[in-house]
Design a protein around this ligand. Structure first.
Ligand code: COA
Length: 198
């Protein structure tokens, strides 16, 4: 799968009308202020509860973890193994992030977005879908934990179809990227089998 070298996709915040840009996460600043900002976002209650409390055993998300996150993002872009994007505001500050987790025809996506920038994530995921289609992916999927209705709503607005629960109790949402579809479509059965990366 191949992405263009320069990615700067303009996005509109549905609520405020402000313009943001979707860029490679390897291109955002890595200074102390930028890392502190990412850490503060990842410690926001909604993001922390859904994504980090379990992984961090209740410890805070630190700026050093943000540094590792950006380093891991850079490694993914360099090796072509995973593709992490950030959504930056007009000052270039990170407001949200989304990623494609593998370099496989059908790949899982993930995302988080600051409560201070509510209204930008759906449009960012739509931008991600366009980039993924152009890069050659044929399908995307996401897995939400039961009860994560805000995340389910993002996926529904972006055209994903809720298909079933994975054995580990996650809810699976799929989007086919194959051309000429008027309606959101789930992935064909032969493409779905064995594609869960977890
Ligand atoms: C899930 C998450 C990213 C959603 O962020 P968000 O800001 O609510 O998402 P959106 O940008 O879609 O904005 C939602 C609001 O804008 C509206 N909106 C945004 N884009 C829209 C569009 N293109 N068309 C219509 N409405 C839109 C929605 O109706 C919604 O309105 P509301 O606030 O009145 O309910 C955020 O809650 C989060 O980071 N959660 C924790 C991490 C997480 O769960 N990640 C996913 C793991 S699977």
């Amino acid at each position: 799968m191949k992405f263009p070298p320069d990615i700067r996709v303009p996005l509109t915040n549905h609520h405020t009308g402000q313009t943001y840009h979707l860029v490679r996460a390897s291109e955002v600043p890595t200074g102390a202020e930028a890392l502190a900002r990412i850490a503060a976002i990842c410690n926001e209650p909604e993001i922390y509860e859904w994504l980090f409390r379990g992984r961090l055993s209740g410890q805070a998300y630190t700026p050093d973890m943000a540094r590792h996150f950006l380093q891991w993002a850079g490694e993914g872009w360099a090796a072509g193994t995973h593709f992490v994007f950030t959504v930056v505001d007009r000052d270039g500050a990170v407001a949200a992030a989304c990623d494609i987790k593998t370099n496989t025809r059908i790949a899982e996506i993930g995302y988080w977005s600051s409560r201070n920038h509510r209204g930008v994530m759906t449009n960012a995921v739509r931008g991600l879908i366009t980039l993924a289609t152009e890069a050659g992916f044929v399908g995307l999927f996401a897995r939400t934990k039961p009860g994560n209705t805000r995340s389910e709503a993002v996926l529904a607005r972006a055209g994903f179809v809720k298909v079933r629960s994975d054995p580990d109790d996650f809810i699976r949402h799929e989007l086919s990227l194959q051309a000429n579809q008027d309606e959101p479509q789930r992935l064909p059965a032969h493409e779905r089998a064995g594609r869960n990366v977890h």
